[in-house]
Design a protein around this ligand. Structure first.
Ligand code: KG4
Ligand code: ZN
Length: 334
């Protein structure tokens, strides 16, 4: 008999639902919350309320697109954390209620592990062991993946995430939230002529808050001489910011690969849509003799298919959740 999972993701500002049958994605739906754009960032309370409004229609669409009804569901998977507490609670409560009503098991999934397991949504899968750089608005981690359920964090950000660095730098340039895609687009017409200092962080950890401050001071000083500085140099500024953020990511990834001797290297998360990161990874991979893996964009940004894939492997191991399970906002050690 096949295993049909309904998966729910609601950790930040995307309400997502997916149906996974025997580890294959049948549907993957997401409602993005445009409402945060006007605030220049995600407002937690606004996100929770939007999840409340979106969750039933999104689940309904995921079931319809998969051509199934609730009667076909074998188990319900949901994101337990890390994420925004109010947002997580909406998904967790919905999943619990549905699992109880259908009398099917519940699977609690770690969002960060799921980003990595998104690589198993489609062929070719990276072979174990592999390294995965998970980069998004909330996360920056280098993970050593030795099995579906064995993921070791080798390095992570000490402050801002890489996507946050894109978004906050973009805000300084007057770009809308989230600024990452716009910086990527404008950077194509510019050159990385402005050097921003690279933080000296030991080991495989990252730090992006210093860069944000140096961009702030740099812009302030230049605007004193020329109030039009940003407008006149926007493309070059975007190219320079992107070059610095991506350069740090690739340098640490190279260090991790050399130290571990692992030559299968993957990226995941919203920032893996960045063209400079994608090109840089391919280029570096060729030099270093890596096999590289980049998932399709819909499996990079926050999505429920990855929760369903992670849930599927937990199901096979019999790792179910009790109904008193509670969400966690911060990363647990994985
Ligand atoms: O994975 P995701 O959708 O949600 C989080 O878990 O945060 O990632 C969103 C992040 C945002 O910071 C956004 O600016 C960034 O991914 N992003 C990009 C690009 N596309 C999305 N950053 C740089 N270049 C892009 N093309
Ligand atoms: Zn995420």
């Amino acid at each position: 008999m096949s295993i049909v999972l309904l998966a729910i993701e609601s950790s930040c500002d995307d309400t997502a639902a997916a149906v996974i049958r025997d580890g294959r994605v049948l549907s993957n739906c997401v409602a993005n919350q445009e409402v945060h754009r006007q605030f220049g960032g995600v407002v937690p309370e606004v996100a929770s309320r939007a999840h409340q409004a979106n969750i039933v229609p999104v689940v309904d669409m995921a079931l319809r697109n998969a051509g199934i009804t609730t009667k076909d569901i074998t188990a319900v998977a949901f994101t337990r954390g890390p994420g925004l507490m109010g947002s997580l609670l909406v998904g967790a409560s919905f999943a619990k209620g549905l699992a109880l009503a259908l009398n099917v098991p519940l699977l609690d999934v770690n969002h960060m592990q799921a980003h990595v397991l998104a690589h198993f949504a489609e062929e070719p899968h990276p072979p174990f062991p592999f390294l995965c750089l998970t980069v998004s608005g909330g996360h920056t981690q280098i993970i050593r993946v030795t099995d579906y359920h064995q993921q070791e964090v080798l390095g992570e950000t000490l402050d801002d995430a890489a996507g946050e660095a894109f978004d906050k730098s973009g805000k300084l340039l007057g770009l809308d939230y989230p600024a990452g895609p716009e910086i990527d687009r404008l950077a194509r017409q510019g050159k990385p002529v402005f050097p921003f200092p690279e933080p000296a962080i030991e080991g495989l950890n990252f730090s992006y808050s210093g860069m944000k401050t140096s961009i702030l001071y740099f812009l302030r000083d230049r605007q004193k001489e020329n109030p039009q500085f940003i407008e006149e140099n926007l493309n070059d500024l975007c190219a320079s910011i992107q070059h610095s953020i991506v350069g740090i990511l690739l340098k640490k990834l190279r260090k991790a690969a050399r130290e571990t001797g692992i030559k299968q290297v993957a990226i995941a998360g919203g920032v893996s849509a960045n063209s400079a990161l994608r090109e840089g990874l391919q280029e570096l991979g060729q030099k270093e003799g890596w096999t590289t893996f980049i998932p399709r964009f819909e499996f990079c940004t926050d999505n429920a298919a990855m929760i369903g894939i992670a849930g599927y492997y937990q199901y096979l191991r019999g790792q179910f959740a009790e109904h008193d399970v509670t969400p966690y906002a911060r990363q647990l050690k994985v």
